[in-house]
Design a protein around this ligand. Structure first.
Ligand SMILES: [Zn+2]
Length: 82
């Protein structure tokens, strides 16, 4: 899975949900791991049409630092699911 915090390629936006996205050569335009339970995108985990962003370094760094991580990490999944 790809993290928005560590991804070094171009961060784009998804036209369908307005949230950050990236493009993988194999899978294509898609969302980040942190957005697992957090974006309401009809295409998730893929993404809709791509919007290229002209971030300045500060805005991209701030978005990365503050973006909520809603992926269900194991520490939150206590015990087997019924
Ligand atoms: Zn989307």
């Amino acid at each position: 899975m790809v993290s928005i915090k560590t991804y070094t390629g171009p961060v784009t936006l998804c036209r369908s949900c307005g949230q950050p996205s990236f493009t993988d050569e194999v899978i294509g335009h898609q969302h980040f791991n942190e957005q697992w339970d957090g974006v309401f995108c009809p295409h998730f985990p893929l993404a809709g049409e791509r919007i290229d962003m002209d971030w300045d370094d500060m805005s991209l760094d701030q978005m990365r630092a503050e973006y909520p991580d809603t992926y269900p990490h194991q520490s939150f999944a206590a015990g087997p699911r019924a």
